[in-house]
Ligand binder design. Structure first.
Ligand code: SF4
Ligand code: SF4
Length: 109
């Protein structure tokens, strides 16, 4: 999630599993993702807590989807979040962004 369009959305933080390598955890990298906000999946994969629920929502997501949101760990968010829909903040979505928004009743960017 980034600024502008994304701070009024947040749909992708409540639509998909967010998985990444444990080397991004704070226990491995200074300034990394707090371990307690993740669950282990395999030896080479951890998942943001809350993103594998039937109605997924990352534990770090604050606010109301489609209204006003923020990532509670924006500065140390994991790589899938940094890489997701790179032009969304400029108002240019992509297929995954559109899918996430649709899931929450929001139109494509
Ligand atoms: S779904 Fe798209 S517009 Fe919404 S927060 Fe994610 S990247 Fe931004
Ligand atoms: S870590 Fe932040 S940007 Fe990533 S899914 Fe969670 S709330 Fe969204």
């Amino acid at each position: 999630m980034r600024e502008d369009h994304c701070t009024r959305c947040g749909a992708c933080c409540a639509a998909f599993r967010v998985d990444f390598h444990p080397s991004e955890l704070a226990s491995s990298t200074p300034g990394g993702v707090p371990d307690a906000l993740t669950v282990p999946v395999t030896a080479t994969l951890v998942r943001m807590r809350g993103t594998d629920e039937a109605a997924p929502r990352c534990v770090a997501l604050e606010g109301e989807i489609g209204v006003s949101v923020r990532c509670g760990l924006y500065a140390c968010r994991p790589s899938p979040c940094r890489e997701f829909a790179p032009y969304a903040a400029l108002g240019i979505g992509d297929d995954a962004c559109d899918r996430a928004r649709r899931r929450h009743g929001l139109p494509p960017l």
